[in-house]
Ligand binder design. Structure first.
Ligand code: PAF
Length: 294
């Protein structure tokens, strides 16, 4: 049985795509154990009615997929990992950086893996999940035990029919996604606009070059190979153009009154700067501004 912790759009996408009767959601404490029902609109074909059971407390999953928000992950896992066998890998799907390392540090002997995905899923209504864009998922180990389970974990996730690949350097992929998120998400939240609209806004144009400069220095200081600040800007703008009409996850969180993941995106970069002695005024300013949004 594959257990999914976090029943947001990404968790529900995997639950709908993995083989039926082999997947269950991990219940939050004191939750009723009725199954979770929703409509699923696939990329092609008719809408499907999905019904996923909650994992009984007595059952141990063979794989735990974690699709909680970055800020909720450690606390949510503290309720689950103590009863998880050390042979059941944990795969972390969080945005940004920081939360994954905390999980790996908390359970260093457990098989902990991180995933990054470009699959698009959204929830226009609470009981409807839309698979909005076909993407790719990369999975790699964060702890030594995670390496032992990498091939098996990729094979289990690939039973969904989604494209899933093993990655030997998952940190580098997480950094690539972090850079895109750091260059798009706070601007869309602050300016309250779709991704493509930031490109012509004076606020974005004022700060994107110094932001890319900070990120480039941080990347190098943390041992990652980095492109030039100009190349980082090009990569950010290519994604903003390709997803021009989309609402970023941070703008969506803000519009729905949810806590954003800014602490794990620009906030992570600002904390990293403080650790390694690199000034990060632009990352700090973006973090502060997003936190002040009502
Ligand atoms: O976080 C998101 O919403 C997306 O990953 C991004 C980078 C804005 C592209 O749509």
């Amino acid at each position: 049985m594959i257990a999914i912790l976090g029943a947001g759009s990404m968790g529900r996408l995997w639950a709908a795509k993995l083989p039926a009767r082999q997947v269950a959601f991990v219940p939050r404490p004191e939750q009723s154990l009725e199954s979770l029902a929703y409509q699923f609109r696939p990329l092609k074909g008719p809408e499907l009615s999905i019904q996923i059971p909650w994992l009984p407390h007595t059952q141990s999953p063979s794989l735990l997929v974690v699709t909680t928000k970055a800020g909720d992950t450690l606390d949510a896992l503290k309720q689950v990992v103590p009863r998880l066998p050390e042979t059941s890998p944990i795969v972390l799907f969080q945005n940004g950086l920081g939360s994954q390392q905390r999980v790996a540090e908390t359970w260093p002997n457990h098989p902990v893996l991180a995933a990054t995905t470009t699959e698009g899923a959204n929830r226009p209504e609470s009981a409807l999940v839309v698979h909005a864009g076909q993407g790719e998922t990369w999975v790699g180990a964060l702890t030594p035990a995670g390496n032992t389970y990498l091939t098996e974990t990729v094979a289990k996730l690939a039973e969904s029919g989604l494209s899933v690949n093993a990655e030997t350097d998952i940190l580098s992929r997480l950094w690539q996604k972090l850079i895109i998120n750091a260059g798009i998400n706070p601007f869309t939240a602050i300016l309250d606009c779709p991704n493509g609209k930031i490109l012509t806004h004076p606020f974005y144009q004022q700060w994107i070059a110094p932001l890319c400069h900070e990120i480039c220095e941080l990347q190098t200081a943390s041992g990652q190979s980095s492109k030039s600040p100009e190349a980082l800007r090009e990569a950010i703008e290519a994604v903003a153009r390709n997803t021009a009409a989309n609402t970023s996850s941070m703008r969506a969180d803000r519009l729905a009154g949810r806590t954003t993941e800014i602490n794990f995106i620009n906030g992570y970069l600002a904390r990293l700067g403080a650790e390694v002695g690199i000034d990060t005024p632009v990352n700090q300013m973006l973090t502060d501004q997003v936190k002040q949004l009502k």
